[in-house]
Design a protein around this ligand. Structure first.
Ligand SMILES: *Cc1c(COP(=O)(O)O)cnc(C)c1O
Length: 345
């Protein structure tokens, strides 16, 4: 078999969620959009529900429907995109709670589903989703008469604790909500780590649950072992891969492994990235291809059966730094071709 194996540690996911939960007084939800950040919506959400999570957030109603099928009745499923045209049946049938982003969405929702709960999303300065202060001032009375279940906003710079945007957005959120008796939600992972002023009633961590920065004390969640297909000897001066970008400076042994950028191993990480054979780092040699990568195993002294890209020695944030991106993108890029193995849960 030449398919790489992605191991997802559900116990680590649960431990990370519990650790974040313990940092706040309020309830802790779990953000499971984008197939639980690429790790598998059904398995991840069921593990978290068993651990006690009662609220979940997804990006769109279709994800909410899939999540309801995975979890059954009971847990609250919030939808960040709110109530979009065509969503009414799904929201009603699957008992989803849309986070209403505008007056248009509010009207659509109460006309189609007057008895279905909803939340309100406010824009406190990120300018992505939610009602701005002016719109909220105009809509507020109508919205409050329909008894929203939750009011939320989202921080643009929560992973930079010293950023002036954080207190600025907090002040804007407080100003829009302070005299309102509805549960409030403001904190993603970064904001949980900031300060209790940002916590409010319900926090919404995603990346920290999955083991990524800025939750630096998180337990690592994913391991990726990639099979070696073939090994070969090169003489000094020979080259490896497209564009001849690696030239052997000595007699060299190269392992060709079964994975590439089509599996989410972003090409840009190549020059800085190593794979691990037990405790020995082996640098990537040449460019990352679509399905194959050359790895310099000269100093290893034996031919390994697999090499580890993610695991004990190397986490998603290291790969993200090597590729000039963020851990979120490394996770959500993880390829569909991997064989997935779940631990615990
Ligand atoms: C994705 C997302 C979250 C989770 O953020 P993390 O940084 O992954 O913890 C929370 N709230 C909103 C609105 C989001 O889009």
């Amino acid at each position: 078999m030449s398919t790489a194996i992605l191991t997802i540690d559900l116990d680590a996911i649960v431990a990370n969620w519990r650790a974040l939960d313990a940092m706040t007084e309020g309830e802790t939800a779990a953000v499971v959009k984008a197939d639980a950040y690429g790790l598998g919506l059904t398995r991840v959400a069921r593990a978290l529900a068993r651990a006690g999570a009662r609220s979940f957030f997804v990006a769109v109603a279709e994800e909410g429907a899939a999540l309801r099928e995975a979890l059954g009745p009971g847990p609250t499923i919030y939808v960040f995109s709110g109530h979009m045209r065509g969503d009414a049946d799904m929201i009603g049938d699957m008992d989803l709670v849309p986070m209403i982003n505008s007056l248009d969405q509010l009207i659509r929702h109460v006309e189609a589903l007057p008895d279905q709960p909803f939340g309100i999303q406010l824009d406190s300065g990120m300018n992505r989703l939610g009602m701005e202060p002016g719109e909220w001032a105009a809509v507020r009375q109508i919205a409050m008469a329909q008894k929203p279940r939750l009011i939320m906003s989202h921080l643009a710079c929560a992973d930079e604790p010293e950023h002036a945007m954080n207190p600025q957005q907090l002040a804007a959120f407080l100003e829009m909500t302070d005299d309102i008796d509805v549960p409030r939600s403001f904190a993603n992972t970064g904001a949980i780590l900031l300060d209790e002023a940002y916590h409010f009633d319900l926090s919404r961590p995603g990346i920290g649950v999955y083991g990524g920065r800025p939750f630096v004390d998180a337990r690592p969640v994913v391991t990726l072992d990639i099979p070696v297909i073939q090994c070969r000897d090169l003489s000094a001066g020979e080259t490896v891969g497209y564009g001849n970008s690696f030239t052997a400076s000595r007699d060299t042994r190269i392992a060709t492994i079964s994975g590439g950028y089509a599996d989410g191993i972003i090409r840009a990480m190549g020059p800085k990235t190593v794979l691990w054979a037990e405790d020995t780092p082996c640098p990537i040699a040449g460019r990352i291809s679509m399905d194959l990568i050359g790895v310099d195993i000269t100093d290893l002294g034996y031919d390994p059966k697999t090499l580890e890209l993610l695991g004990r020695h190397q986490c998603i944030d290291t790969l993200a730094d090597n590729a000039g991106t963020i851990g979120y993108e490394i996770l959500t890029s993880l390829g569909a071709r991997y064989m997935r193995r779940y631990l615990g849960g």
